[in-house]
Design a protein around this ligand. Structure first.
Ligand code: ZN
Length: 198
């Protein structure tokens, strides 16, 4: 399945993927299992639905952002979109490394994307055991709002650009399966059927 040459030494994008990080203790992995049960899985129509713009920047929104951040952290993921917690609102969180702050983007829009693109293997918390290659622009400029409604403009490249685009796809009801090469998509569907998800 992974015979493609990747630009980053064959490493795997761990957007929302933890099972390939073996260095966690039992307790941490048990916490991950519990968190993953709260993430909507493939087959739920909410994953194929368009999220709606956020119009109220209130305490409820900030609680939702905090809750999504905790769920992402417990799941050992690096990104999570509102659709994945069953909410159709234009909101995503991400964090590239374990130490950094969690970034929340509300109502994100791609303002500009580079013509240069690259293939990279991605996983998804909503698609257990699925890893497929996805081609995306390497650089993007994204306009969004923060938890208070202030405008944010983010220039992102590489992994950060990829995670943001992966999560923004969720907000449009698009999954990595929809972007995968045909043979990989077929193999992934077979894996999901074995898990009774397809
Ligand atoms: Zn995902």
């Amino acid at each position: 399945m992974n015979d493609h040459v990747h630009p980053h030494d064959g490493d795997v994008l761990e957007a929302e993927v933890g099972s390939r990080r073996p260095d966690f203790d039992e307790e941490r992995l048990a916490r991950r299992e519990a968190a993953l049960r709260d993430v909507v899985k493939f087959g739920d129509p909410v994953l194929k639905s368009q999220a709606l713009p956020v119009t109220r920047f209130d305490d409820e929104l900030r609680r939702e952002i905090a809750r999504m951040g905790e769920l992402m952290e417990a799941s050992i993921g690096i990104g999570l979109a509102a659709n994945q917690v069953g909410r159709l609102r234009s909101l995503l969180v991400y964090r590239l490394d374990d130490e950094g702050p969690i970034q929340a983007l509300v109502n994100p829009m791609i303002e500009w994307a580079s013509a240069d693109s690259e293939w990279f293997e991605e996983g998804c918390l909503s698609l257990p055991q699925v890893y497929v290659d996805v081609e995306r622009p390497i650089h993007v400029r994204v306009r969004a709002q923060d938890a208070e409604g202030a405008v944010l403009v983010i220039e992102a490249s590489g992994l950060e650009a990829r995670v943001i685009q992966h999560e923004m796809d969720h907000l449009d009801g698009v999954l990595i399966l929809d972007r995968a090469p045909r043979d990989q998509r077929r193999e992934a569907m077979r894996a999901l059927r074995e898990l009774d998800l397809a």
